[in-house]
Design a protein around this ligand. Structure first.
Ligand code: NDP
Length: 247
């Protein structure tokens, strides 16, 4: 699979799944903008790992919830590398110990919507103007959208919204040869998943899929690389559930 000379923005790439995606795409010759929200040392470490393996990457801080920062993210990519071909909307939050709907406060609701839903909207809106024709967009849903576990109502609802944006935006980009898809991981061994869970909770969730383990960030990065590369070119408007069979 050859993606050489393409330019990708990977949001939330300082750690977890996004860091694995950045490294995977860079290994295929893609120039990667490693976006992050606050952890600059982690983002620089990802960039350094990519460069040490012969790839090209730069880190760029931008809160995807803020339209002006998203505009700056695209402008920086275009200034440095001439354009953007691939957008991976991986940035997302899931605070630990999510309460049930009745106990969810306004701040938590607003923050989940701002980052997971509005953040994806912000980057898609920028991509409509700034992604080169022939490009690829990969959004992030979650398998909990189908699992519908108590406690996940607002988080899962933001991901359902992302799935809805995915198909409609794919249709709105008719004529530009840009595909828009989403990946919906199941439990994946990252801070977002592990934070606030006991070992027993982690093991219980890990045993739920018939493949009986947690995903690694690399499992999910492989799916994104497929959708971003030539072999995924006929898939459009879809949400791909990558979860070992959990849902
Ligand atoms: P992590 O918490 O490990 O990493 C989150 C990343 O997103 C970090 O790079 C963080 O940056 C960045 N980020 C957070 N908020 C913002 C923001 N406002 N603007 C820009 N970047 C931001 O998460 P995962 O790797 O686990 O999750 C990646 C995606 O996968 C998310 O969309 C999540 O919902 C989804 N997902 C994850 C699952 C799992 O089990 N892990 C399961 C299903 C879906 P910084 O380091 O600077 O804070």
């Amino acid at each position: 699979m050859n993606n050489s000379n393409k330019v990708a923005i990977v949001t939330g790439a300082s750690r977890g799944i996004g860091a694995a995606i950045a490294q995977r795409l860079a290994a295929q010759g893609v120039i990667v903008i490693v976006n992050y929200a606050g952890r600059s040392a982690d983002a620089e470490a990802v960039v350094n790992r990519i460069r040490a393996s012969g790839g090209q990457a730069v880190a760029f801080r931008a809160d995807v919830a803020k339209p002006a920062e998203v505009a700056a993210l695209f402008d920086q990519a275009i200034t440095l590398f001439g354009g953007v071909d691939i957008l991976v909307n991986n940035a997302g939050i899931m605070p630990p110990n999510l309460p049930r709907l009745a106990d969810t406060d306004d701040d938590q609701f607003d923050r989940l919507v701002a980052v997971n839903f509005k953040g994806t909207f912000n980057t898609l809106r920028a991509a409509a103007k700034k992604l080169r024709d022939g490009g690829r967009i990969i959004n992030f849903s979650s398998s909990v959208r189908k699992l519908a576990l108590p406690g996940y109502s607002v988080y899962a609802a933001t991901k359902a919204a992302v799935e809805t944006l995915t198909l409609i935006f794919a249709r709105e980009l008719r004529g530009r040869n840009i595909t828009v898809n989403a990946v919906a991981p199941g439990p994946t061994a990252t801070e977002l998943f592990l934070n606030g869970k006991t070992d027993v909770q982690v093991q219980t969730l890990a045993k739920m899929p018939p493949l009986e383990r947690l995903a690694t960030p690399q499992d999910i990065a492989a799916v994104v690389a497929f959708l971003a590369g030539p072999d995924g070119g006929w898939i459009n408007g879809q949400t791909l559930y990558a979860n070992g069979g959990i849902a």
